[in-house]
Design a protein around this ligand. Structure first.
Ligand code: NAD
Length: 227
């Protein structure tokens, strides 16, 4: 079975109603990322950060996977598929994909602010101040903030090295180390990109599908399933 590795960014969830960064001038729902998505922000104002992610979680729980998420799951009929996502939503899982690697964490889980390896499911949308991990420290959203290590990056790089086909969907390739993953895909491997505004690509030849995810991904998937 051929192996397909798909790297997704905020663009794949845009048509499910979850806003991207790039389309909102580098702001996230009106906030500077430095104020809500860094360890310094958490030190400064944990209540604000907790509330920000509570609101994001609420929106994610109300959203549904779109036809792009679902089409990627259909690829599993014929291929060994790994989704590497920069997204903190769970729409790939709810869209039916079996193997999803979350580079930046997942908002439906909490983590200890003392030990990032201690993570727990969250019931509902709200994580409250005062909810503690087993070590007795405050629980925060299980997301990788700017300035924090990306623990899954090595595993993701290994997946990219083993790809027979590579697909990039809806990422500006502006956030590192995630953006560097494309460099681990062997040269000869066919590479596709689906994005209505193709980002600047420093090297390699990508087959460009200049469409929104809900149009471009199902087209590409049916081509690959009929191959
Ligand atoms: P980005 O916002 O920097 O770039 C979004 C990309 O998606 C752009 O290239 C844009 O042209 C494209 N796009 C916009 N609408 C699209 C559509 N309908 N179909 C396909 N592509 C579309 O996003 P990024 O590269 O993922 O980096 C931003 C960071 O923000 C990530 O680390 C991610 O964790 C985080 N983020 C996550 C979510 C989420 O979980 N849904 C939402 C916003 C931001």
């Amino acid at each position: 079975m051929k192996k397909i590795v798909v790297l997704t960014g905020a663009g794949i969830s845009a048509e499910s109603g979850l806003k991207t960064f790039r389309d909102s001038d580098g702001l996230w729902e009106g906030y500077n990322v430095e104020d809500v998505a860094t360890p310094e922000a958490w030190q400064r104002n944990p209540k604000l950060v907790q509330e920000f992610y509570n609101q994001r979680r609420k929106t994610v729980l109300e959203a549904s996977p779109n036809v792009a998420h679902k089409a990627l799951a259909e690829l599993e009929q014929k291929y060994d598929v790994t989704i590497i996502t920069q997204n903190i939503d769970d729409l790939h899982e709810r869209g039916g994909s079996g193997k999803v690697l979350h580079l930046h964490g997942i908002i439906t889980r909490s983590q200890s602010d003392k030990n990032a390896n201690l993570t727990y499911p969250i019931k509902g949308w709200e994580l409250k101040m005062g909810e503690l991990c087993e070590l007795g420290s405050q629980l925060r959203a299980h997301v990788v903030w700017f300035g924090e290590a990306v623990p899954m990056i090595e595993e993701a790089a290994k997946e990219c090295m083993m790809a027979d086909i590579f697909i990039l969907v809806g990422s500006s390739l502006a956030v590192y180390p995630a953006a560097g993953l494309v460099n681990y895909v062997p040269r000869q491997v066919p590479k596709y990109i689906v994005d209505p505004k193709i980002p600047y690509m420093p090297s390699d030849k990508f087959i460009k599908i200049e469409e929104k995810a809900t149009v471009g991904v199902p087209l590409l998937v049916s081509e690959l399933l009929n191959d």
